[in-house]
Design a protein around this ligand. Structure first.
Ligand code: ASP
Length: 362
């Protein structure tokens, strides 16, 4: 007779656990994380584009909604807003004109997470990420598999490119080269949507991109996070940044803190920044110092590619971290000055300046 794999696995697991317990030296078992008193109040921390999202999450928390559902309801506002070109519906597409979305959620109560990347046709990828967490024994689904999973859960396949982003994409594509088959019409640059885009993003020193991260600490001290994005503008199809990667784009752990990021995803992917921020909290750093220390590591480690450093050796890109610790202290910090973040609590929501490593030249 052969054991069923499940039975064998269960038995091995039980035996291993029993063995581990038998050999654990006294005092090695992790103490239960302290839970702040319920009276401490809830906290929301989110990126600078999250003012309306914070208001929605705050309303949800005040109504008694579960903190992760409240955070998702918050970022849904931005995902569904075609005016935000960096997240969800109306996000800038990839180089082929297809909107590919990345999102992840993490629940610090259970240490479970769910993520999707390069997902097409769903305006609210954060909801699909939560379903990955809840309805599979997996963490991360990408591309066609993520799409099929979303379809299985009833999400229709919708066009995420708006008339505005189609025009912006076509303008970008037409201007790529004089040596290809695409020709810019003289009037293209006069289109108000194109003009606004060029004014807002055309002169920046950083490659345009954007994202929303939101971390929530509930009134009873539970910590959760969600990050959602359309990623780098005009990215290579299939490119995934930091946003949906657990440990990079977000990390939440009850008793310690919750953190998330926006900015140049590749730099953050290479240092697992959000996890680093939470580890710094665990070591006792205050939230702002934890974020700045993780940013310093990114800045220090970015020295192999000349175009990623300016003449003074500083990064030629930006990354922001947002975090809330178990006690409800919040922070936002960036490599470069000028970034904003949003905090929400029982008193209301407000936009604040991020701490930073370097002052931008005037
Ligand atoms: N971190 C995002 C990404 O790399 C973009 C951003 O937040 O600006 O896809």
């Amino acid at each position: 007779m052969t054991d069923s794999p499940l039975t064998r696995r269960a038995l091995i697991g039980t035996a291993a656990l029993a063995g581990a317990a038998a050999v654990l030296p006294e005092g090695l078992a992790a103490p239960a994380p302290p839970r702040p008193a319920a009276t401490d109040g809830f906290r929301i921390v989110t990126s600078g584009n999250g003012l309306e999202a914070a208001k929605a999450a705050r309303e949800a928390l005040l109504a008694g909604t579960d903190p992760l559902d409240a955070a998702i309801a918050g970022v849904n506002v931005v995902e569904l807003d075609p005016a935000d070109l960096t997240v969800g519906y109306g996000g800038i597409p990839n180089e082929e004109g297809v909107v590919e979305l990345d999102a992840a959620v993490m629940d610090g109560r259970t240490m479970k997470a769910g993520a999707v990347a390069a997902l097409t046709g769903v305006k609210t990828p954060s909801k699909v990420a939560k379903l990955v967490m809840e309805r599979t024994d997996r963490v991360f689904l990408v591309g066609a598999g993520a799409r099929r999973f979303a379809t299985a859960h009833g999400f229709p396949d919708e066009e995420l490119l708006t008339e505005k982003t189609r025009k912006i994409w076509l303008y970008w594509k037409n201007r790529l080269s004089d040596l290809d088959d695409w020709i810019e019409a003289a009037k293209d640059a006069e289109d108000p949507d194109v003009k606004e885009f060029v004014r807002k993003y055309g002169k920046g020193i950083f490659r345009p991109q954007g994202t929303i991260h939101m971390s929530v600490r509930s009134a009873s001290g539970d910590l959760v996070g969600v990050t959602t994005t359309s990623g780098l503008f005009f990215k290579i199809p299939g490119r995934v940044g930091d946003s949906p990667v657990i440990g990079a784009g977000l990390y939440s752990e009850n008793g310690v803190g919750s953190a998330g990021s926006t900015g140049r995803g590749e730099a953050n992917l290479l240092t697992c920044g959000s996890h680093t921020v939470v580890e710094h909290l665990r070591d006792g750093l205050a939230p702002e110092e934890a974020c700045l220390k993780a940013l310093r590591r990114i800045a220090e480690k970015t020295h192999h590619v000349p175009r990623h450093r300016d003449a003074k050796g500083r990064p030629t890109f930006n990354v922001q971290f947002y975090c809330v610790d178990a006690a409800g202290r919040t922070a936002g910090a960036a490599i470069w000055s000028g970034s904003k973040y949003v905090v929400g609590d029982a008193a209301g929501v407000r936009t604040l300046d991020c701490a930073y490593l370097h002052e931008r030249d005037a």
